[in-house]
Design a protein around this ligand. Structure first.
Ligand SMILES: C[S@@+](CC[C@H](N)C(=O)[O-])C[C@H]1O[C@@H](n2cnc3c(N)ncnc32)[C@H](O)[C@@H]1O
Length: 365
């Protein structure tokens, strides 16, 4: 595969990002920015492509969001080597299989550092038993080439897994290795190497904090599983059912016995903390048993609603992980009324794009 990335190219984009981030946050009094870089290639654990049918041949393609121009993708050096290997192996197999290729419009690849791979084939047609038989054959043919992948077929209101719809990641974080079940089509951090750096940063900045930890937007337990070692007890919440199920699996498989995850939206959790409402989904959890002095939030791009921001203000330490510096800036404008910024970090989750992941630790004034 052609390596189109150089360390100079990588460093230049990183410098540009640092400058942009510092400009966005120039109104705040900030500690020195800690920068966590990414591998310069093969860092992305997932990749999604549209499929172009050209007579006998089919190709992976991508559309430019603005110009709608189509680009054929034969190599995808930002994705893992395993994804690149699978991309190459699967096309001839699909080209020779009328049933599997008919009305196939997208392929998603989802890989792990632990070497697992899930391939999702998306269709504009109903999938029947004949599709299942051919997909099983495809799985076998990939295995014969040394690519062990599970396959998911998706169509309108249909999802068929051969054999499972998840991968189990194993992340080395300092001296421990945590297992994370990651379900197809659910949120997971896209850059595993940088995710490890984020988890280690979070462990470092929470060392020595007293009391319990509360987490909003916990996904599959990415942060709470790794941080449980630094707290007496952890209570985490997340809105997406599939992520909550994987989080519960992850708690069990990693033998974490001081962490509970409940399925609640941030707004619901906020009203439960304020004792405005009771939730069946919190049955068996007494919020008064928790002495939470630290809260961790890792919200979606839109940032955090003002009710939740007001709740955050009551905690001694706030750890805010953000994938959108603009919504982070807006939320920080409110949080600095009660807190000082103690740590400020940039994690290059998304090299060569405008996206910036950052982490901020705030302490109560
Ligand atoms: C940026 S992800 C972070 C997930 C997790 N911290 C991680 O590192 O993988 C944001 C998470 O917030 C969840 N989410 C989105 N809107 C939410 C809401 N209103 N309340 C609670 N969780 C929400 C999403 O399902 C997603 O898992």
């Amino acid at each position: 595969m052609t390596e189109i990335f150089s360390i100079d190219k990588y460093n230049l984009q990183l410098e540009n990002k640092i400058t942009r981030l510092k400009t966005i946050f120039s109104e705040f009094s900030l500690p020195e920015l800690q920068v966590y870089s990414s591998p310069i290639s093969h860092y992305r654990m997932r990749a999604e492509f549209r499929i172009w049918h050209d007579g006998e041949n089919i190709y992976h393609i991508m559309y430019d969001k603005e110009t709608k121009k189509r680009t054929r993708i034969d190599d995808f050096p930002i994705a893992t080597k395993l994804i690149n290997q699978a991309m190459k192996a699967i096309l001839p197999l699909l080209e020779n299989n009328q049933l599997l290729r008919h009305l196939l419009f997208q392929i998603d690849y989802f890989s792990t550092l632990s070497g697992q791979l899930l391939i999702t084939l998306l269709y504009h047609k109903k999938l029947g038993d004949d599709w299942i038989a051919e997909a099983n054959k495809l799985k076998q043919q990939l295995a014969e080439q040394g690519i062990n992948a599970d396959i998911v077929g998706r169509a309108n209101n249909q999802k068929i897994a051969i054999d499972v719809d998840y991968v189990d990641e194993a992340l080395p974080v300092f001296d421990k290795t945590f297992i994370y079940r990651q379900v197809e089509n659910s949120f997971t951090q896209p850059n595993a190497a940088v995710n490890i750096k984020m988890l280690e940063w979070a462990i470092e900045v929470t060392k020595g904090l007293s009391g319990d930890l509360l987490e909003f937007y916990c996904g599959n337990g990415n942060f709470s599983i790794a941080l449980a070692q630094n707290f007496r007890k952890v209570l985490a919440t997340e809105i997406a059912k599939a992520s909550v199920y994987s989080a519960q699996y992850n708690i069990a498989v990693n033998e974490i016995n001081n962490l509970i995850i409940a399925r609640l939206s941030a707004a619901e959790f906020t009203s439960a903390i304020k004792k405005e409402r009771e939730f069946n989904r919190l049955q068996g959890i007494n919020l008064d048993d928790y002495q939470c002095q630290t809260v961790l939030v890792d919200p979606p791009r839109a940032g955090i609603d003002s009710d939740t921001i007001n709740i955050l203000k009551s905690y001694n330490t706030i750890i805010y992980i953000s994938c959108n510096p603009l919504s982070l800036r807006d939320n920080l404008q409110q949080l600095i009324e009660t807190h000082n910024i103690k740590h400020f970090a940039m994690f290059d989750q998304f090299p060569y794009t405008d996206h910036v992941e950052s982490g901020v630790v705030l302490h109560k004034k």
